[in-house]
Design a protein around this ligand. Structure first.
Ligand SMILES: Cc1cc2nc3c(=O)[nH]c(=O)nc-3n(C[C@H](O)[C@H](O)[C@H](O)COP(=O)(O)OP(=O)(O)OC[C@H]3O[C@@H](n4cnc5c(N)ncnc54)[C@H](O)[C@@H]3O)c2cc1C
Length: 405
């Protein structure tokens, strides 16, 4: 589709953060244009949603479009370590929130969101790349198509939802190192997963084989399963360097992965390294960053899409107020609340890798009431301050770990 020469808001990137920003702004009456570098559907990793996504999709009027895709329903997360198991069922949680969500092949999910927003009249320009921005009092962006033709589009505000593309962090030198060690993920989609009967199929499975890796198994409704292994370089040094051989060796190393023996890998495993990233600031004159363009922590608790949708939601509301002439305090209205939620996940990710959280998960003495509170964090309700495991996340996790020891 042709881009307009000007609009109220230019959105860079048509992933979940970009499409949901465009949905919220357009339904409030603002003119929006979305520029997307790739053609959709396109592959991206990040397939297990959290229940809080449902609230955010509903607010953007995108829930029904997603529901129509018949994705597999995800009702919880099952953690397995040898013969130890810990099952979180989103029905049993502290927060009065959604008890389920979906596991989605992202190519299809992202296209579903984008198409739903485009159907409301928002122009999406695919295979066009934002290469430069001028964010002075009359912002404009340079957009280049596949043939190298450049055009300028002016907008009152620019939202960078470019994910791993990190357009504005690169152009404005906003990149900052993540305080997480750099890890690596090797993953593929496979066919032939011998899924268990019963409720366990409606889970993300997180398996901890010996040696420090963790493994995701994410079943989809189309019979395909996403399988990935995450660890640091020391972990991968124990396995063959060839990615396919590595993934097969991990399967062979643990009886909890036996269902994946003899499966067919649909594409050669992909490798992502050093994906944790951060930025110096998430807003400035006439722009803000949302989704992965801000910060990405880690895949272990499937927080990425939830944080992408949540940041898009908060940022879009601030943009609406700014465009309506109100004064917006971007720190207190956007940056700080996002940091609060991200920091809750940060604690859970850190304590996952230092062994504290697995000790809690697999302890026989941890009370059900505690599990319910942790379950709400794993469901993405990281802004529910009535949950002590949100409000005092570091202290409560450390306290329960001492009891679980
Ligand atoms: C190994 C791994 C596993 C993960 N697993 C999960 C999971 O199970 N659940 C979960 O919720 N999250 C997961 N994530 C995180 C998830 O991938 C991201 O958080 C999520 O995709 C962020 O969405 P987004 O909309 O911010 O960005 P994206 O989905 O990355 O979309 C950004 C879009 O911007 C476009 N773009 C880039 N540059 C430009 C440009 N110059 N001009 C125009 N367009 C541009 C890109 O083409 C892309 O389509 C995982 C991440 C990793 C690394």
């Amino acid at each position: 589709m042709d881009l307009p020469r000007s609009c109220d808001v230019l959105v860079i990137g048509a992933g979940p953060a970009g499409s949901s920003s465009a949905a919220l702004l357009s339904q409030a009456g603002y003119s929006v244009a979305v520029v997307e570098k790739q053609n959709f559907p396109r592959f991206v990793i990040g397939e297990s949603l959290l229940p809080h996504c449902m609230d955010l999709l509903a607010e953007a009027n995108l829930l029904e479009a997603v529901r129509a895709r018949d994705y597999i329903i995800k009702r919880g997360a099952l953690f397995l370590r040898g013969d130890d198991r810990c099952d979180f069922n989103f029905r049993d949680q502290h927060t009065n929130g959604w008890d389920h969500t979906w596991q989605v092949p992202r190519a299809d999910f992202d296209k579903t969101l984008a198409d739903a927003v485009a159907a409301r009249g928002v122009p999406f320009a695919y295979e066009q790349e934002v290469t430069a921005v001028d964010l002075s009092s009359k912002p404009k962006a340079t957009v280049v198509d596949r043939e190298g033709h450049a055009q300028e589009i002016s907008a009152r505000f620019v939202i960078d939802a470019s994910g791993y593309g990190r357009v504005l962090p690169r152009l404005l030198s906003l990149d900052a190192p993540s305080n997480f060690p750099q890890r690596k993920a090797v993953f593929t989609h496979l066919r032939g997963d011998r899924r268990p009967e019963g409720p366990e199929v409606n889970r993300i499975w997180v398996v901890l084989p010996k040696g420090g890796a963790w493994v995701w198994i994410i079943p989809f409704s189309n019979g395909v399963t996403s399988y990935g292994v995450v660890g640091d370089s020391g972990v991968f040094a124990q396995f063959p360097a060839d990615s396919e051989a590595c993934l097969r060796a991990v399967i062979a190393s643990d009886h909890n992965l036996a269902r994946l023996v003899d499966t067919e890998f649909i594409f050669p495993p992909r490798v992502l390294e050093g994906y944790a990233c951060s930025v110096k600031r998430v807003h400035g004159d006439n722009f803000c960053l949302v989704g992965n363009a801000t910060e990405f922590l880690d895949p272990v608790f499937s927080s990425g899409v939830t944080l992408a949708l949540a940041s898009a939601n908060r940022a879009s509301k601030a943009v609406m107020r700014q465009l309506a002439g109100e004064s917006v305090d971007w720190e207190s209205d956007y940056a700080r609340p996002m940091k609060l939620g991200t920091n809750v996940f940060r604690t859970y990710v850190s304590t996952w890798y230092d062994g504290t959280l697995p000790r809690i998960f697999f302890s026989p003495v941890v009370a059900e009431s505690v599990k319910r509170m942790i379950c709400s964090v794993l469901a993405g309700y990281v802004w529910d301050e009535s949950n002590p495991f949100v409000a005092q996340h570091e202290r409560k996790v450390a306290q329960v770990a001492r009891l679980a020891a």
